[in-house]
Design a protein around this ligand. Structure first.
Ligand code: ATP
Length: 480
């Protein structure tokens, strides 16, 4: 039953569906590619992650406030931000299967294969060469690499490729009630621009002084060319972004500051530091003077989960030019007016969700005292973000045990998410809670009636102990 790394990813996808975390969108119509829905426990976990980020950014920093901007924005926004002209990926089509690939994904896939064959140095050289060619937009040379290495389409199995072309990732639609009046607008491909256009509104109304940040969580849309990567790469996803406005010239120190701060947040959730690394960008986006990814060791390899970008004054300056409105700040400490520089931290909520599942998912097997084998699938989700914190389980459906359990539930549900369950044997109920990632289960039994104690069972160690009902809420909180 224990999966190896290659099929661990598939096992996680199946588990996420079977236990109500993530479903394919519109599944009854055979699904919509790279679009997903979150089920009962998935939406709880996502909410907890969202809250953890929001509290870390806004509550824990005096100088960061949040906003919630609309998805639709004036179309000129995307001209000014550079997305209309630059937000594209080099793509290549296979002429036989008509399947389209992102050039970097195709070459990275080949490099992964080299690593599997023990040719790590060759793989590294290939990736550096590719990054340099992407940085210089040398599409002819990129095509040559694909042909020379004989990289084949997985559908047709042929190496019959078109030229490499740019493909814009923005979705567009029409706004306006009558066809003649309709204007083309875009579904935002990032949340950041909602922050930039509101820079002065927020600075003035919240009376912020530089350095300060604006945080936002919301949906973003990209017409991605996708390999089957589950919620790693979606067409509709959620971003958690923060733009930190600073005095020009201080960007290097704030960039380092935010690199360290963001890594601290990841590790505060309970993931080991050995599963993380920084990866500096070689090809910088059109707005950046430095950029780094925080990467995680997913079962499908080291992949980006968050980006930290030094965006200079590109966005504010550009919006200033396109709108004709001044987007400047008067810094009374130095008596100067300027367009602030920006450090951005940008993380995908769905990708972070996937990271948690990959970290948490474990298949365990052991030999019991009587010599027989036993096994379980457990999600070791850090307690503070687990969808259900406490399961309350009466041993029997009768003899007054459910009543006591319901009373405990009535007290605890005000404090954290609880789950009441009286069906099935206690062993089966424990296993189900393991699969949902519930860190604590308490069982109400006959002894409870005599001494007002319950058995608490810990998910990770499967050990049990008796504790008094009085003080249960504080006990659980202290364990979280
Ligand atoms: P990638 O190189 O993986 O396409 P990116 O560099 O384009 O990502 P950014 O534009 O920096 O990503 O977006 C910030 C974060 O948003 C990423 O680190 C990732 O967590 C998340 N993200 C970006 N695109 C997607 C997507 N299609 N699906 C899910 N999350 C995404």
């Amino acid at each position: 039953m224990v999966s190896n790394d290659q099929n661990k990813f598939q096992a996680i996808i199946s588990h996420a569906k079977e236990y109500g975390f993530v479903f394919q969108s519109s599944e009854i119509y055979d699904g919509l590619s790279a679009v997903y829905d979150y089920g009962p426990w998935g939406s709880e976990l996502k909410k907890n992650l969202r809250e953890s980020w929001w509290n870390e950014m806004t509550r824990m920093h005096d100088n960061i406030v949040g906003i919630d901007a609309a998805i639709f924005m004036h179309p000129t926004t995307w001209k000014a931000s550079g997305h209309v002209d630059n937000f594209s990926d080099p793509m290549i089509d296979n002429k036989d299967s008509k399947k389209r690939y992102r050039v970097d994904h195709l070459i990275e896939g080949f490099a992964d294969q080299l690593v599997k064959e023990g040719k790590e140095k060759e793989a590294e050289e290939l990736i550096s060469k590719m990054e340099a060619l992407l940085a210089s937009n040398d599409f002819a040379e990129l095509k040559k690499i694909i042909e020379t290495l004989n990289i084949k389409c997985i559908v047709s199995g042929t190496c019959n490729w078109t030229d490499v072309r740019q493909f814009n990732l923005m979705f567009s639609t029409q706004i306006g009630s009558v066809a003649e009046e309709a204007n083309e607008i875009y579904l935002r491909p990032e949340t950041a621009q909602g922050i930039f256009v509101n820079f002065l509104n927020v600075q003035k109304t919240a009376r912020m002084k530089i350095p300060f940040g604006i945080a936002q969580i919301g949906k973003a849309f990209r017409n991605e060319i996708v390999a089957r990567q589950f919620i790693f790469r979606m067409r509709e996803f959620e971003q958690m972004e923060m733009q930190f406005f600073i005095r020009p010239g201080t960007q290097k120190e704030w960039y380092e500051y935010w690199k360290a701060e963001r890594m601290k947040w990841h590790q505060s959730l309970g993931m080991p530091s050995s599963d993380y690394r920084f990866h500096d960008h070689v090809k910088l986006a059109h707005y950046a003077d430095a950029a780094v990814d925080i990467e995680y060791a997913f079962p499908i390899g080291w992949k980006e989960v968050e980006g930290i970008h030094s965006r200079t004054d590109f966005d504010l300056k550009s919006h200033q030019e396109y709108s004709g409105k001044k987007l400047q700040y008067f810094d009374n400490e130095i008596n100067q007016n300027y367009v602030p520089y920006v450090i951005e931290t940008s993380i995908g909520l769905d990708r972070m969700f996937l990271l948690i599942l990959c970290h948490a998912y474990q298949e365990e097997k052991w030999t019991k005292e009587d010599g027989s084998e036993d096994s379980r699938v457990v999600l070791k989700i850090p307690a503070k973000i687990a969808p259900i914190k406490l399961a309350i389980l009466p041993l029997l459906k009768k003899e007054g045990l459910p009543e006591i359990a319901r009373e405990i539930m009535a007290t605890c549900r005000h404090e954290f998410n609880c789950f009441y369950e009286e069906k099935d044997t206690i062993g089966k109920r424990y296993r189900r809670m393991d699969a949902l990632g519930t860190p604590f289960c308490i069982t109400v039994d006959h002894q409870t009636k005599d001494d007002q104690t319950v058995t608490i069972r810990y998910r990770d160690t499967m050990t049990q102990e008796r504790i008094p009902i009085k003080g249960l809420v504080e006990f659980i909180k202290s364990k979280m």
